[in-house]
Design a protein around this ligand. Structure first.
Ligand code: 6PG
Length: 275
C-alpha cells in the first residue's frame, strides 16, 4: 500500500475530535514503546479545535502528558505572544498557560471557580519546545538564526535520527495550505534541497500572513513515524483532489509528502467533495 488513510467526516468539529483521539492513541503507543513521545504540532486553523479536545476531559486524562515532548513544524517570525504565533495557540488552549499560573481570573489553582474543573495538559515546561522567534527578534537576529537555533535544540532534546540522519518524530500534525503547502514549505521551495533540519523562509508574497517563517525541512515529513493531516472547508476541495488523486509532484505540491502510508487524513465532507 502506498496511499494514506483518508477519513471523511461530517464537519470540522468531527475532524477535530477524531484527530485528537488519534493523537492520544499514537502518543500513548510511543510512550509504551520508548517511554516518551515526540509530537511535532503545526499552525494555521486546524490545531485550535483539536487542542480544545485534548485539553479537556475525557482525552486530557487518557494520556500521561508528562512523557510528551512538544515541538513545532513551523512558525511565523513574530514573538510568541503575537496573534499570528503558532506557539501561542498551544500556549492558550492546549497548555492553558494562564490557567495553570492562576493568573487567568479562574482561581488560584487554575481551576474554574464555579465547577472546580481545570484544563490544559500537564506537559513539563522544559519539554515544550517552541521555535524561539522572540529570542531571535529580541536579539536582533533573523529567521535563519532562529532556524539554526531550533536545529540545535532538536539535536539536543529531539527524537533519534533515522538511517538517513533525519530526526524521526513519533507524530507530526499537519494542516494543508490552499496552495498545497505543508509546514512552511511552499510550492517550489528551496527547502527541498537544503541539508539543514530547520530552514529560514523569506516572507511569502502569494499567501498570508506575509511574514518570514521558520520551517522544518520537508524531509522530516518523510522521516516522521506517523502523520495526521487535518483539512476542511469547500475552499480546500480542489487542492485536496490534486494532492490525493493527482499526479505526484511533491516539489510543486509539498503536501503530497503526506500522501504516504502511516498518514491519516481527516477531511470534512465539504473538502472531500472531489475525492
Ligand atoms: C502555518 C502552518 C501551515 C498551515 C497551513 C494550513 O503556520 O501557516 O503551519 O502549514 O498548517 O497553512 O493552514 P490553514 O489550516 O489555516 O488553512
Amino acid at each position: 500500500m502506498t496511499e494514506p488513510t483518508i477519513v471523511v467526516l461530517a464537519d470540522p468539529e468531527a475532524c477535530a475530535l477524531a484527530a485528537a483521539e488519534r493523537i492520544v492513541e499514537i502518543l500513548d503507543v510511543a510512550i509504551d514503546d520508548h517511554a516518551e513521545a515526540h509530537w511535532v504540532t503545526t499552525g494555521g486553523s486546524a490545531p485550535a479545535a483539536i487542542y480544545h479536545h485534548l485539553a479537556t476531559s475525557p482525552l486530557r486524562e487518557e494520556l500521561d502528558w508528562r512523557k510528551v515532548q512538544l515541538w513545532w513544524t513551523d512558525e511565523r517570525f513574530v514573538p510568541t505572544d503575537h496573534p499570528l504565533s503558532n506557539a501561542k495557540i498551544a500556549n492558550d488552549i492546549l497548555l492553558n498557560v494562564a490557567h495553570r499560573s492562576g493568573q487567568s481570573g479562574t482561581g488560584g489553582l487554575g481551576g474554574d471557580v464555579v465547577t472546580g474543573r481545570s484544563s490544559g495538559v500537564l506537559i513539563p515546561s522544559d519539554q515544550v519546545h517552541p521555535i524561539e522567534t522572540a529570542v531571535a527578534i529580541g536579539g536582533g537576529h533573523d529567521e535563519t538564526w532562529a532556524a539554526h537555533h531550533y536545529a540545535e535544540v532538536i539535536q539536543a532534546d529531539g527524537p533519534d535520527t533515522n538511517d538517513d540522519g533525519w530526526p524521526a518524530f513519533d507524530l507530526m500534525l499537519l494542516g494543508l495550505g490552499s496552495d498545497g503547502h505543508i509546514l512552511s514549505a511552499f510550492p517550489g521551495s528551496p527547502a527541498f534541497d537544503a541539508p539543514d533540519w530547520v530552514i529560514g523562509v523569506p516572507a511569502p508574497t502569494h499567501i498570508e500572513p506575509h511574514v518570514p517563517r521558520v520551517t522544518l525541512n520537508p524531509a522530516l515529513v518523510v522521516a516522521a513515524h506517523e502523520l495526521i493531516v487535518v483539512s476542511h472547508g469547500a475552499s480546500k476541495a480542489e487542492i485536496l483532489q490534486a494532492i490525493l488523486k493527482g499526479e505526484r509532484d511533491e516539489r510543486q505540491l509539498p503536501a503530497q509528502l503526506a500522501r504516504r502510508p502511516g498518514a491519516t487524513w481527516f477531511v470534512d465532507r465539504a473538502a472531500a467533495r472531489l475525492l
